[in-house]
Design a protein around this ligand. Sequence first.
Ligand SMILES: [Fe+2]
Ligand SMILES: [Fe+2]
Length: 143
Amino acid sequence: MEDKIRNLIEDLLKEHREFLETLTRIEEDLKKDVLDKALEKLLEVMKREVEDHAIREEQELAKLTQHRFDPEALVFAHDNIRDRVAELEDLLEDFKNGKRSSDLIRREAFSLIKLVRDHFQEEENLFFPMMRGEDLEHIGGDG
Ligand SMILES: [Fe+2]
Ligand SMILES: [Fe+2]
């Protein structure tokens, strides 16, 4: 059981690192003149890979750790990201129809990427240690 939890978290951490690399590349492209392409790529990564990852956390990982972790905060964070992805998708449509400026959509895309980075940080610094049953005293924070 504990091994299973550890291995799954290791796997999810590996995916975080891969996603972060991909998101950094997309961020670079967003700064250039390939905005449409970079946005399509961002939406695709978020809706496929990052969504699959989130579902594994909500289902597989939450099930294994239910004796010590309430997944509500995790699901809340994922739903927040899902909402932002849907908003960006709508904005992209508007942008293509000339109804939105490239500055606005760029800002929204950067802000979504930041939200995802912050979420990974929260999982790595708080949720995953709790799920592994680590002593909260060692996790830090101000509480
Ligand atoms: Fe997550
Ligand atoms: Fe994650």
